[in-house]
Design a protein around this ligand. Structure first.
Ligand SMILES: NC(=O)c1ccc[n+]([C@@H]2O[C@H](COP(=O)([O-])OP(=O)(O)OC[C@H]3O[C@@H](n4cnc5c(N)ncnc54)[C@H](OP(=O)(O)O)[C@@H]3O)[C@@H](O)[C@H]2O)c1
Length: 309
């Protein structure tokens, strides 16, 4: 990861506060390669570190910084964020907690939406909006190059049909200028994923998906065949925690939490699925890392598959 004010440094020349790249410990799910970047399949979603409604600062700032540091200490090498979270709040917390970043850490951001004073997420996908957002992310994260940028499509209600060509081509140009290493799309329809792939390679799709919302089942399998990652957002249900009697029954049988079962199911669903569960609690972070390694039997999987059917 290239950083403002120095870039990669040989360990010998590291100053106090610099971090050696941490070899990835054994996290559930192992690793996946996004283009040329190896990440742990168990990642971390930073959105809910901002204040209520993803606006303003967190109630517990020190706690938020501690969660980010703990995630990296646990060996997580994939953090998902956006300059729209807060806005700027989440990126600035990441920078404060983790800069200078370990080489092994890959921060994935997204552009295509901004924030209004009411906390809404108006779309901002004109070329000039996207250029501004890429520069905003570089600045708030303290980077010279962004490892992976997702073009966020649709709106808060979900994906919407329509061509992404002009917006995606703008990001391709920014990548050619050396500001972005890899591209992805988010909140996208299957047609938009295919359209992006016809313009330039993508390394991931980040859409809403979890045990109860399985609209993308076919897309996940197609992307797996193409070697493209699928990164479900709201893996635990987001603002509305997953509720299901089948999920509770399987969790009770395995003496595990519903969160653990939901994460373990995603890891076992397909090898190209990368997890970015969010939490503002180090206790939940530990619980989720431990829980995602749960082994689900064929019987458990059949019961769980019925939830989204
Ligand atoms: N591309 C997009 O349009 C888009 C949209 C939404 C989100 N995202 C990304 O996806 C990431 C994940 O989504 P998310 O964080 O909104 O939702 P999520 O991961 O489905 O759920 C997070 C919620 O679950 C709770 N939680 C986590 N672990 C728990 C545990 N062990 N026990 C009890 N509660 C637990 C958290 O509360 P605590 O803080 O109390 O643990 C938080 O409220 C985001 O952080 C963001 O990076 C992308």
């Amino acid at each position: 990861m290239l950083m403002q004010g120095g870039g990669r440094r040989h360990p010998q020349f590291m100053t106090k506060g610099d971090k050696m790249s941490t070899p990835s410990r054994s996290l559930p799910g192992g690793t996946w390669t996004l283009g040329d970047l190896t990440v742990t399949r168990f990642g971390y979603g930073a959105m809910q570190l901002a204040g209520p409604g993803v606006m303003g600062p967190p109630a517990d700032r020190e706690g938020a910084l501690a969660v980010l540091r703990e995630a990296v200490d646990l060996g997580i090498t994939h953090i998902d964020t956006s300059d729209a979270y807060g806005p700027r709040v989440t990126n600035e917390l990441i920078r404060e907690a983790l800069h200078p970043y370990p080489e092994s850490l890959h921060i994935v951001t997204k552009v295509g939406a901004t924030r209004d004073e009411q906390g809404g997420w108006p779309t901002a996908r004109r070329p000039e909006d996207l250029r501004r957002q890429v520069h905003d992310n570089l600045r708030s994260l303290g980077l010279d190059v962004l490892d992976l940028v997702n073009l966020r499509l649709g709106d808060a209600g979900g994906p919407r049909p329509g061509s992404l060509a002009e917006a995606f081509e703008t990001l391709v140009e920014l990548r050619q200028q050396g500001l972005i290493r890899h591209l992805g799309v988010s909140n996208a329809t299957e047609e938009q994923v295919a359209e992006a792939q016809s313009i330039a390679p993508i390394v991931c799709v980040q859409n809403m998906y979890n045990l109860a919302h399985r609209h993308d089942d076919k897309l996940i399998d197609r992307l797996a065949a193409d070697g493209v990652a699928y990164v479900p957002f709201f893996p635990l249900g987001g603002f509305t925690p997953l509720q299901s009697s089948a999920l509770s029954a399987v969790a009770a049988r395995l003496k595990a939490t519903r969160m653990s079962v939901a994460l373990a199911w995603l890891l076992q669903r397909s090898p190209n699925i990368l997890l970015i569960p969010g939490t503002s609690s180090t206790a939940h972070l530990h619980e989720n890392v431990a829980g995602a390694g749960l082994s689900l039997s064929r019987e458990d999987l059949t019961e769980l598959d019925g939830i989204g059917g």
